[in-house]
Design a protein around this ligand. Structure first.
Ligand SMILES: Cc1cc2nc3c(=O)[nH]c(=O)nc-3n(C[C@H](O)[C@H](O)[C@H](O)COP(=O)(O)OP(=O)(O)OC[C@H]3O[C@@H](n4cnc5c(N)ncnc54)[C@H](O)[C@@H]3O)c2cc1C
Length: 211
C-alpha cells in the first residue's frame, strides 16, 4: 500500500463534511476527508499501487498519479484532487522491525526502532510514551556504567508493547483497504457491530492491541 496526505485551501466540501472525518467505502483505494478549523480541507489517501506489479511508478508527478488512482471515486474527492498541491506526502505504508534496538550506549526510539505505520494509528502516541518511559529508566542513573543496563531495561519493557501494536496494525490492513467485495462487506458489518456495547470494547482491543 501507499499513503498520501495533504491539505488544500478553500470551502471545497459542503456542510455534510463539517466536524466529520468522512471515509469512502471503496475497494483497493480509500480517501479520508475532513475540514480543519483553519478552513483548509485535509486529505488522507491510501491505495494499492496499481503500477507496482508492472515494475515501477512511471515518470508522472505524484499529483498526476493520485488523480489517476482516485479519479471518479466521488465528486468531493475529485474537487480536492483538483486543488492538490504539486508536492505532497506520498510514501509506502511500512513498519520497521528490528531484532534489537540498542548497541552499547545508543538506542533507537519511536519510528526509527519500531514504526507501526499509519494502519495502527498510534505511532505518535507510542513515540511520545516510549520517550517518557526512557526518561524514567535513565533518570536514576548516576554513572556512565549505568546507561547501558538502563537502555536494556527500557527495551525489554517497551519492545513487546510496540510489537503488539505492530501486530494490530497488520491485522487492520485488510479492513483498512478491502481487496474485494467480500472484505468490504465484512468491514461494513464490523463498523455496524462496533455500536453494540461489549463488542465495541473487544473490537477496540483488536484494533489497538491488548497491552
Ligand atoms: C500519513 C500518516 C498518518 C499518520 N497518522 C497517525 C495518527 O493518526 N496517529 C498517530 O499516533 N500516528 C500517526 N502516524 C505516525 C506518526 O506520524 C509517527 O509514528 C510519529 O511521527 C513517529 O515519531 P518519531 O518522533 O519517532 O519520528 P518523526 O516524527 O518522523 O520525527 C523524526 C524527526 O527527525 C528529523 N530527522 C531525520 N533525520 C535527521 C537528521 N539526520 N538530523 C536531524 N533531524 C533529522 C525529521 O525531520 C523529523 O522531524 C501517521 C503517519 C503517517 C505517515
Amino acid at each position: 500500500m501507499r499513503a498520501a496526505a495533504f491539505t488544500v485551501m478553500g470551502p471545497l466540501l459542503d456542510e455534510r463534511f463539517r466536524n466529520r472525518f468522512v471515509l469512502t467505502d471503496s475497494i483497493d483505494r480509500m480517501a479520508g476527508l475532513y475540514n480543519l478549523r483553519t478552513g483548509e480541507v485535509a486529505a488522507l489517501l491510501a491505495y494499492r499501487d496499481s503500477t507496482a506489479a508492472a515494475g515501477g511508478r512511471g515518470a508522472g508527478s505524484i499529483r498526476e498519479r493520485l488523480r489517476g488512482e482516485f479519479a471518479g471515486l466521488s465528486a468531493a474527492v475529485d474537487r480536492v484532487l483538483e486543488a492538490c498541491p504539486e508536492h505532497v506526502y506520498d510514501d509506502v505504508v511500512a513498519q520497521i522491525i528490528l531484532p534489537g534496538w540498542q548497541k552499547e550506549r545508543t538506542i533507537l526510539l519511536g519510528d526509527a526502532s519500531g514504526a507501526v505505520s499509519l494502519l495502527a494509528g498510534q505511532g505518535a502516541s507510542l513515540a511520545t510514551a516510549g520517550a517518557a518511559l526512557l526518561g524514567d529508566f535513565l533518570g536514576p542513573v548516576a554513572s556512565a556504567e549505568g546507561i547501558s543496563p538502563a537502555l536494556a531495561g527500557f527495551e525489554e519493557r517497551w519492545k513487546p508493547v510496540v510489537e503488539d501494536a505492530q501486530a494490530a496494525g497488520r491485522r487492520a490492513a485488510s479492513s483498512f483497504l478491502p481487496r474485494n467485495k467480500a472484505q468490504r462487506l465484512l468491514r461494513r458489518w464490523v463498523i455496524r457491530a462496533s455500536r453494540v456495547p461489549g463488542i465495541d470494547r473487544a473490537l477496540a482491543r483488536r484494533i489497538v492491541g491488548s497491552r
